[in-house]
Ligand binder design. Structure first.
Ligand SMILES: Cc1cc2nc3c(=O)[nH]c(=O)nc-3n(C[C@H](O)[C@H](O)[C@H](O)COP(=O)(O)OP(=O)(O)OC[C@H]3O[C@@H](n4cnc5c(N)ncnc54)[C@H](O)[C@@H]3O)c2cc1C
Length: 424
């Protein structure tokens, strides 16, 4: 085959979800010549919250105040979980490196040191998480103080109901009320979407129009919550300007995916990784991997143009079914790039439990690649498939990140471990 382009590098990272982004950052910070390939979809970064570990055991739905204590317990109970392959400090260090990078890129996060924080969701429930976008932090404090507050609904925005939030939170936040507005210049739209609203707030005149609608509704409320639409990369300035105009603190509430805080995360990585020397091949898929002497050859894209990447090592951060890192046919689950063995429930009827809401989760949500202590995928005999092939993130077996509320922690900490294993 003739290739339009051939790129040499030390490390190729496949995947542009949280795991691939974090791995690229860690590799670049270590001075590794890195190429990252993948399709960075907005949805896979929803909701923008950075969970380390919130729930364990999932069967009991036990939530934890301290994610690091939860980590100790999980490692004792589930020795096959990927967290059992990492040092607890790596969870902290990877989180600090990622959030330090995001803060420099204009997207600061806030934490309660060693404590999970409960963040209000668009349903009015509380979600335990660790890293909270700074634009949501005022809401965390106001909930603790039960300060009189107002939640704003936007006419035509689906999946967000201020009324429901207020009703659900009533037992723990009684002095909360709600009001509805039409977003400026979108009054005639039957449906409105978060991204155009967030982008429109880059223009100061639009903030003034929005503030003029909200200000008369505030009355005795000391704080106002809105769906997460306060700008894109300029969210802190937008928030600050609106607070000045309205005259009280504001906070964002995450919306249903795809959400603006998730999009901000994606854009911050995309805009700032190249300055670290990472070569990005986004909107591209790896269609084939082969091993030639001591290098991996990755074919990128189908049709034309087709590029080839030659790398000494590869990290597979290709995710599960959503990212197409795993593929389920009628009988079995496959890993499509290298046909690696996938840990999976024995037969298809066992993939899902009878009750969709079963608190134990579904066995298919623990399917994935099995790895050794250096994050190398294993073959049928339990040996690493290749010396320099690593896997990280949600493609790994024996974890249910969604129920355990450990999505970003798993992504960052295992990416960290895989990059370190490559460096070894
Ligand atoms: C609805 C939703 C809500 C979420 N909410 C939270 C939350 O509240 N808190 C939290 O911490 N995390 C949350 N997450 C995100 C979660 O952290 C990550 O999605 C999850 O951990 C998986 O990350 P990943 O990078 O391993 O996989 P994915 O996010 O699935 O990314 C895999 C990537 O690999 C790419 N890929 C696959 N095959 C190829 C190929 N052949 N060539 C090139 N690229 C390929 C895909 O295009 C994709 O970019 C949420 C995710 C979703 C979907």
């Amino acid at each position: 085959m003739v290739f339009d382009d051939e790129i040499n590098c030390d490390l190729a990272i496949i995947g542009a979800g949280m795991t691939g982004m974090a791995a690229s950052l860690f590799a670049a910070d270590q001075g590794v010549d890195t190429v990252q390939i993948g399709v960075a979809s907005q949805i896979i970064f929803s909701s923008g919250l950075l969970d380390l570990l919130g729930v364990h055991p999932v069967e009991e739905g036990k939530t934890w105040e301290d994610p690091f204590k939860a980590f100790d317990q999980l490692v004792r109970d589930l020795p096959d979980h990927p967290y059992a392959r990492i040092n607890k400090n790596h969870l902290r260090e990877s989180f600090q490196e990622v959030t330090g990078f995001l803060a420099k890129g204009g997207l600061p996060y806030q934490v309660n040191k060693d404590r999970n924080t409960r963040v209000i969701t668009s349903l009015g429930t509380l979600k335990p998480t660790y890293g909270v976008p700074k634009t949501m932090w005022n809401g965390v404090k106001a909930l603790q103080k039960q300060q009189p507050g107002l939640i704003i609904d936007i006419r035509g925005l689906r999946g967000f109901s201020a009324r429901q939030i207020v009703e659900t939170l009533k037992p723990i936040w009684p002095e909360l009320r709600h009001s509805r507005i039409s977003f400026p210049d979108m009054q005639s739209a039957r449906e409105v979407y978060t991204e155009p609203m967030a982008r429109s707030l880059a223009v100061p005149e639009n903030r003034i129009k929005l503030a003029n609608l909200i200000q008369p509704l505030v009355k005795n409320a000391g704080i106002v919550g809105l769906p997460a639409i306060l700008g894109m990369q300029d969210s802190l300035q937008v928030q600050q300007h609106l607070e000045e105009l309205i005259g009280c603190p504001l906070f964002e509430i995450p919306t249903m995916p795809p959400s603006i805080p998730g999009l901000r995360l994606r854009e911050t990585f995309e805009m700032n990784l190249p300055a670290k020397g990472v070569r990005l091949l986004y909107q591209n898929r790896v269609t084939q991997i082969s091993r030639h002497k001591d290098a991996f050859l990755l074919e990128i894209g189908s049709g034309s143009p087709v590029s080839r990447v030659r790398a000494k090592g590869v990290i597979m951060a290709t995710g599960r079914f959503l990212g197409k890192g795993l593929y389920a046919d009628r009988k079995r689950i496959r890993e499509p790039l290298l046909n690696l063995p996938v840990y999976q429930p024995g037969i298809r009827p066992e993939w899902h439990r009878f009750d969709f809401m079963d608190p134990r989760g579904h066995l298919i949500n623990r399917a994935g690649l099995e790895i050794d202590s250096r994050f190398r995928p294993l073959n049928q005999s339990g040996k690493p498939v290749f010396d320099n092939l690593f896997a990280a993130g949600s493609i790994l077996a024996h974890q249910d990140w969604m129920r355990m509320k450990c999505g970003s922690g798993l992504a960052m900490a295992t990416a960290y471990a895989a990059v370190n294993a490559f460096l070894e």
